[in-house]
Design a protein around this ligand. Sequence first.
Ligand SMILES: Nc1nc2c(ncn2[C@@H]2O[C@H](COP(=O)(O)OP(=O)(O)O)[C@@H](O)[C@H]2O)c(=O)[nH]1
Ligand SMILES: [Mg+2]
Length: 257
Amino acid sequence: MCSICGCGEHETLEHDHHDDHHHHDHGALHAHAADLPVTRMVQIEQNIMAKNQRYADANRQFFAERKLFVINLVSSPGSGKTSLLVKTVEALKAEMPVAVIEGDQQTGLDAERIKATGVAAWQINTGKGCHLDAHAVGHAMDHLPEIKNGVLFIENVGNLVCPAGFDLGEAHKVVVLSTTEGEDKPLKYPDMFHAADLMILNKSDLLPYVDFSVAKAETYAKQVHPGITSLTLSARSGEGLEAWYDWLRAGVARVSA
Ligand SMILES: Nc1nc2c(ncn2[C@@H]2O[C@H](COP(=O)(O)OP(=O)(O)O)[C@@H](O)[C@H]2O)c(=O)[nH]1
Ligand SMILES: [Mg+2]
């Protein structure tokens, strides 16, 4: 078990690779944090983060060569990431090349929801792991058709903690917070809101029924990240989606230029 976030994934980054194309073997290589001296644990953490950064840098280079605008969608489970992606790929697929990488601990359900729209998707199952890492994302690209001058969405594993610390090579982390979760989440999970460049407040259709202040959520997010942008929308009703599509179009135009 790793001390970075308590998930069982990092040992896959820690063992020596025979080559760049190996399979993750979740569970087989668990390090037991409790048995390790602190200095050794710090060293392992540094190795994990350094290796992830090397893979993230390689991904970023790969995405730049293909002029791909890459979004890493992060949130707690159930905020509406997949619902928003289904609407988004439906809206943009005729306009630009689109592909999706889905991350969940188990099942291929979210990738199936995307594929039902006709857009290519690849599911990564992290097992005990609570976030995607750059190495797995790099391999996922082997399973998607090559696209250029478009957008690649990566839906991370749902939680507001672990995915904050792992660069996947994306252009932006986008955090989705839904109106049923409470407006205090940026203060409680500051690392995530600090890492994200855009905060999407989803489920605006439920605002009449829940005690959620959009103004407070935005104030709290700006306290932890003054530069964060915010959009309020509903993946269900479609309210506010055009502004999100325009934000994506501007990003695609920037990387294509
Ligand atoms: N009322 C409402 N429900 C939504 C909205 N977006 C998603 N949901 C619902 O929220 C639940 C979780 O959505 P999902 O997309 O699977 O969330 P994910 O876990 O973040 O991918 C589902 O029941 C969705 O139908 C929204 O804008 N409004
Ligand atoms: Mg999902």
